[in-house]
Write a protein that binds this ligand. Structure first.
Ligand SMILES: C[S@@+](CC[C@H](N)C(=O)[O-])C[C@H]1O[C@@H](n2cnc3c(N)ncnc32)[C@H](O)[C@@H]1O
Length: 230
């Protein structure tokens, strides 16, 4: 069944209870590194949820547009404090409220979308808004991370998985479980390239084994992070 990201309990718990240590240390950190200098630039956080990464971009001095198809997530982001971020509730792929961008990011969103055509359309629309050499960074749960136990998440699925299969996801702090759509790494990279982007870099960071609190992050990469350039 498709996960309803407009559902109250899921949105609330994701906003208030998910600590996301793995997300911050091995996901968003790399996204920020790949975006390079964001200060003074206009950026898009596509599928922003309750805005945690949008707020980080804003703290670093970016002019931020943050879009999501979930009205409840946008309401929650504004309740937490919009701090000048331009939040917009949109239909999937509708970037009409966004000006020309310097950069864009999509974190943990493609895994919510079953249909590759819908993803292709989102990526094409983002491509259109970027200037030549504009950067898009995509961060996704790593397809090889299924059936591993990470500090911030665990996903389970029946292997071998094929594109479009559902995997069950548990996030730290959430009592609500939900489903993601699984797709192989090659397919995610192809979708990005087919939208016209040059895939410049793929990051698959492991955790520092000296840090005692990590679980499978020491040996299995939890996230797939892609830097794509127009
Ligand atoms: C797992 S949350 C991630 C939120 C945020 N990017 C973050 O890193 O915390 C996924 C979000 O993607 C949004 N979403 C799902 N499908 C979307 C689509 N087609 N277009 C825009 N947002 C979408 C959901 O409403 C939800 O808020």
């Amino acid at each position: 069944m498709k996960t309803d990201w407009n559902e109250e309990q899921l949105v609330q718990e994701y906003a208030d209870k998910h600590r996301g240590i793995t997300d911050w240390r091995l996901g968003y950190k790399s996204v920020l590194e790949l975006l390079r200098k964001v200060c003074g630039k206009t950026g898009l956080d596509y599928g922003c949820g309750s805005g945690k990464f949008a707020r980080r971009l804003k703290e670093f001095g970016a002019n931020v547009y943050a879009l999501d198809t979930s009205q409840r997530a946008i309401d929650e982001a504004i309740r937490i404090g919009d701090v000048g971020i331009k939040y917009r509730h949109i239909k999937s792929g509708d970037l009409s409220s966004v000006p020309e961008l310097d950069f864009a990011t999509i974190n943990f969103v493609l895994c919510c979308v079953q249909d590759n055509e819908e993803i292709a359309e989102i990526l094409r629309k983002i491509y259109e808004k970027l200037p030549q050499e504009g950067i898009l960074v995509v961060c996704e749960p790593h397809p090889d991370g299924v059936n591993h136990e990470f500090v911030s998440y665990r996903s389970t699925g029946k292997v071998p998985l094929k594109s479009g299969d559902k995997v069950r996801v548990e996030l730290d702090g959430l009592s609500k479980k939900f489903c993601d759509c699984w797709r192989p790494k090659k397919e995610t990279l192809e979708l990005i390239a087919q939208a016209g982007f040059f895939v410049e870099r793929v990051k698959e960071p492991l955790a520092d084994p000296e840090e005692f609190f990590w679980k499978d992050e020491k040996t299995q990469v939890p996230y797939l992070i892609v830097k794509a350039v127009k």
